[in-house]
Design a protein around this ligand. Structure first.
Ligand SMILES: Nc1ncnc2c1ncn2[C@@H]1O[C@H](COP(=O)(O)OP(=O)(O)OP(=O)(O)O)[C@@H](O)[C@H]1O
Ligand SMILES: [Mg+2]
Length: 493
């Protein structure tokens, strides 16, 4: 954008209007008047020239009689009389013999107005008239010349005076017209537009419909604006009400889920406990292997159900904002060792190998040890679940986040089935598995990663993924080394 376009863009409507109207008004009033004045002046000058032409022509005829009669005194009087005409600077007469000035002729006269002779020569005009005598029937003979010099100084002065007066009047009138138009524009257009933009900036609570008593387009615009604003306020109110209802319903759902999960856990723990007790008692009595296998099935189904209920309970607590974090010092090495040993039974049976890479100086962080364990176990059990005869690597390091805070970074990398970009896009959504066939083949509820991500976010970080189908996946979990920097820092989130 050029400098001019930028200034034009920023200028107010009044400025733009004045920039257009002022030159136009000046051009029309002052320019028009100046032109008219100039033309009037020219007409006066032409009329003056014609007058002198006529006077000169007639005087030359009168002089020709005096030349013929050789009456020098009369000729002198006639020439001198011309000096009485206003604005005549100089008059002179000569005698010509065969086209040449006759030296020392008694018909040579020259009269001058001393005052006018001192005026600017550029303002003087000279007219010459031949003095003709008809001696024979043939052509009249030129016997002399009459010269009149007149001045335009007075006329020019008058013209200038009139011009200045007209110019001043025109400028005053132009200024008055501009002021009136600006006032009218302000009242009729700019103020109402200002009202609309002021009102648009008002909050819904402060909004008062704009009043404008005019039926023109601006009045219609204001009416349309008032209607629009009223509709907007109404729909915002409805949305607000709907949102409040939805939030309340969601909170009720989460509360119900949390309560239900809690209520279900007690009898389920009893089922699992009694199945173990029964197994121990029946082992002593020596029952058939089929009965033992059936008891194992009851126990593992119960455990699976318990895991599921725990996940639902976790998620609903997180969603309801009721999860409690216990922030304290966490030894990273101990955490990693615990996760590796816990997940070991899941890794070996599928021919996988677990590699742990933790720098010896990793030290401790301030975080929630239980939640961190939960995240690592989730990621490791996923890696074990989706990898066969491969390598699973768990590594930990410290890293500076772009904001300057220090983060603890865990990476769980596997050489398993991997995921396509589309599958990765569906991760981290509750109850959604990257591939619906996964449920059939590998089991699971699709809650693990959602919980991992929410927990890491509560702990000041996040979970991200990189994956190539058929080659493996790498999940990265980050948490703040100094604990969450929110109200959760006091132990609650
Ligand atoms: N390491 C991995 N390799 C390949 N796919 C994975 C991996 N980890 C997760 N996925 C995909 O992401 C989906 C969601 O994982 P998530 O842990 O949330 O649920 P889940 O393991 O199916 O069930 P849950 O953990 O609740 O028992 C998985 O079903 C799987 O399709
Ligand atoms: Mg999982």
């Amino acid at each position: 954008m050029s400098v001019f376009s930028r200034l034009w863009y920023r200028a107010s409507v009044q400025t733009k209007y004045l920039l257009i109207i002022v030159p136009a008004a000046l051009l029309m009033t002052i320019g028009g008047n100046a032109f008219r004045q100039y033309m009037a002046g020219q007409r006066v000058l032409n009329a003056t020239a014609e007058q002198f032409e006529e006077v000169g022509r007639r005087t030359a005829i009168a002089l020709s009689t005096e030349y013929w009669n050789y009456n020098t005194s009369q000729a002198r009087a006639i020439v001198q009389t011309l000096l009485l005409i206003p604005n005549v600077v100089r008059v002179s007469s000569t005698e010509l013999v065969q086209g040449k000035t006759a030296v020392g002729s008694p018909f040579h006269f020259k009269f001058e107005d001393v005052e006018l002779a001192a005026t600017d020569p550029s303002e003087q005009r000279t007219l010459a008239f031949p003095i003709r005598v008809k001696r024979t029937e043939a052509e009249p003979e030129t016997v002399g010349q009459l010269t009149i010099v007149y001045s335009l100084a007075e006329q020019n002065r008058l013209n200038d005076q009139v011009f200045h007066r007209t110019w001043t009047t025109a400028a005053v009138m132009a200024a008055m017209v501009i002021a009136m138009l600006t006032y009218a524009l302000n009242r009729a257009i700019i103020k109402p537009i200002g009202k609309v933009s002021d009102s648009a900036r008002q909050s819904d609570e402060d909004f008062v419909p704009i009043e404008l008593n005019t039926g023109d387009q601006l009045g219609q615009l204001v009416t349309a604006f008032n209607d629009l604003r009223a509709r907007h306020i109404e729909s915002t109110r409805q949305l607000q009400a709907a949102r409040d209802e939805a939030v309340a319903a969601n909170a009720a759902k989460s509360a119900f889920l949390a309560m239900m999960s809690h209520e279900l856990r007690t009898p389920l723990n009893a089922v699992i406990g009694y199945s173990e007790m029964l197994k121990d008692e029946l082992a002593e009595d020596g029952v058939t292997p089929t009965t033992m296998a059936d008891l194992d099935k009851i126990k593992s189904a119960g455990k699976h159900l318990l895991e599921l209920i725990n996940s639902v309970l976790d998620l609903s607590k997180i969603e309801a904002g009721k999860i409690e974090l216990e922030i304290g010092p966490v030894s990273v090495q101990q955490l990693v060792d615990y996760a590796a040993s816990t997940v070991h039974p899941l890794i070996e049976p599928k021919g996988n190998r677990l590699v742990v890479q933790v720098p010896p100086d990793i030290g401790s962080v301030r975080s929630d040890a239980t939640r961190l364990r939960q995240v690592l176990l989730n990621l490791l059990s996923n890696a074990a679940k989706f990898t066969k005869a491969g390598v699973i690597t768990l590594s930990a390091r410290r890293e500076r986040a772009p904001g300057g805070t220090e983060q603890l970074v865990f990476e769980v990398q596997d050489t398993g089935i991997g995921m396509t970009a589309e599958q990765q896009g569906k991760l981290f959504q509750a109850f959604v598995q990257a591939d619906s066939s996964t449920t059939r083949e590998y089991g699971g509820t699709g809650l693990g990663l959602v919980i991992c991500r929410r927990l890491c976010q509560l702990l000041g970080g996040d979970v991200t993924v990189r994956s190539v189908p058929g080659q493996g996946s790498c999940f990265t979990a980050r948490v703040a080394c100094d604990g969450p920097q929110t109200a959760a820092g006091d132990g609650h989130a």
